[in-house]
Write a protein that binds this ligand. Sequence first.
Ligand code: GLC
Ligand code: CA
Length: 588
Amino acid sequence: MSDALTRRSVLKLSLASAAFGRFMLWTPQAQAATGHRWWKEAVVYQIFPRSFADSNGDGIGDLPGIIEKVDYLHSLGVTAVWLNPHYDTPNVDSGYDIRDYRKVNPDFGTMEDFDRLVAALRARGIRLIVDLVANHTSNEHAWFRESRKSRDNPYRDYYIWRDGRWFGAPPNNYPSIFGGSAWKEDEATGQYYMHSFAEAQPDLNWDNPRVRQEIYDIMRFWLDKGVDGFRMDTIAFISKPAGFRDLRPEELRRPDLVYADGPNLHNYIQEMNSAVLSGGDYLTVGEAFGVPFERTPLFVSEGRHELGMLFRFDVIHLGHGDWQLTPWGVPDLKAAIAGEDQSSGPDGWLTTFFENHDNPRSVSYFGDGSPASAKALALLLFARRGTPFIFQGQEIGMTNFPFKSVDEFEDLVVRGIWADAVTLRGESPKKVLDGIAVTSRDNSRTPMQWNADPKAGFTTGVPWFHVNPNTAQINVASEEGDPASVLAFYKRLIALRAAHPALIYGTFSDTDPGHPKVFALLRDDGQQRLLIVINFSAEVQPYHLPPALAAQEILIDTHGGAVSGAAVSGTDPQDLHPWQGRIYRLGA
Ligand code: GLC
Ligand code: CA
């Protein structure tokens, strides 16, 4: 029997014993009632397998490569891993186009490798969550190959087919998130299928109960393999509106807001929860693309039995749309952070993250590229309320890649932007390239920098994507030996969070939201009050703690390991160095 099954049976047993009051305290349910859950305490490390570690020299990262690095993950202190799609795929959108949900991408290895990965992680106390891509499949998935054959094929209704409005015109004006129309005419039957993303990613029809059962079966398959939960790709898009009316001009600017508001969205997530997720204590995190603040609690409020947490994008998308940049300042960042924090509602949970596989490197985007700013961001990441997610390489301060020409990009999104902006609208190529270079998700997809070798220790062969030349300076091997490194700082922070429940369960408040450069954030769990002060600039900032916040002790300092635990007196007036940050323990 797999561990997942064991866990589910244990849960059922403890449900039974919970009926007897005196056992209450010892059951997972009693723990849940206090709001304490393993996935709130977790620190999650995101792995984009293609770019993490290549074990066989074909230039593509793989599962055995990850297995070779589990001790590294353990030394970092993370307690869970989120694996980007590891499924069989034609790889049009980096695996977000799944051809077979029950098969491992042969580029990454075999099912035995996957089982060994689960075991290797578990042996080190690290849980694993996988990507659930359930809004769409690949157009090479067997369901779609059947579906497109004829209007009366048994799989026809697995996808969303409509007649065009008139010759050559799609059923409505929905744009694809990746550019162009969201409808593609298909020769075999003359109807159009819907694709919210690329043409090669037809949207599933969740209104068909058979589709929903298929997805739940796939989820059970991976839970039975021992995974501990799911990151749910673009989950808010699964319910489509009945009539497919045209979007109004103002809606066309943010179609995601409409796509994420289907009439049956929450019915389906609740059904998924009762059919699958209620069987265990899993980490579930939904990608909440298109969800406004006020609807966040609908997903994460505990009493609604939907998801554990969401990724919101207010912070990570601050100051950029696709590629256009708008100026922002520290108070805007503070406002975005506070907005996300409050959006969880009274009994919901959150995530805190500055990077993922869809966004540029945070040290380049929010910082100034320096290790000092990488540490300041790390401190801010852990100062926020919510489960922290670290994207591979973030923990060593990996930066954006120095892209010089549009041909250097791999991502289909970049090609879409280029076609729209340069070819169609005639924008200046230089301007578009400058914007893409700063914002593109290809920045996060360059190989992980393990050492100073030109191939970064990622592969012995030809890497599938450019290695950042700064691997000569920024790499795991050199940082492992340096107590002042970004990596060392992440390790200390992760350990500090585990030892200070106020950093996990404490309330979050911004004591100085208007300060143009310095963060002063308070975490308070009723037992301990912690003040996190961060100079979010490359200039010295004088900063005096408000008298009401008398500091007792410095728990961590970006500038110097030695001062940790140092006693401080009263308001501790001082100048903060560029990007300097500290956590103070305050008096009662
Ligand atoms: C999500 C994924 C992204 C992918 C898209 C379509 O946003 O994170 O990488 O391209 O969904 O599946
Ligand atoms: Ca490989």
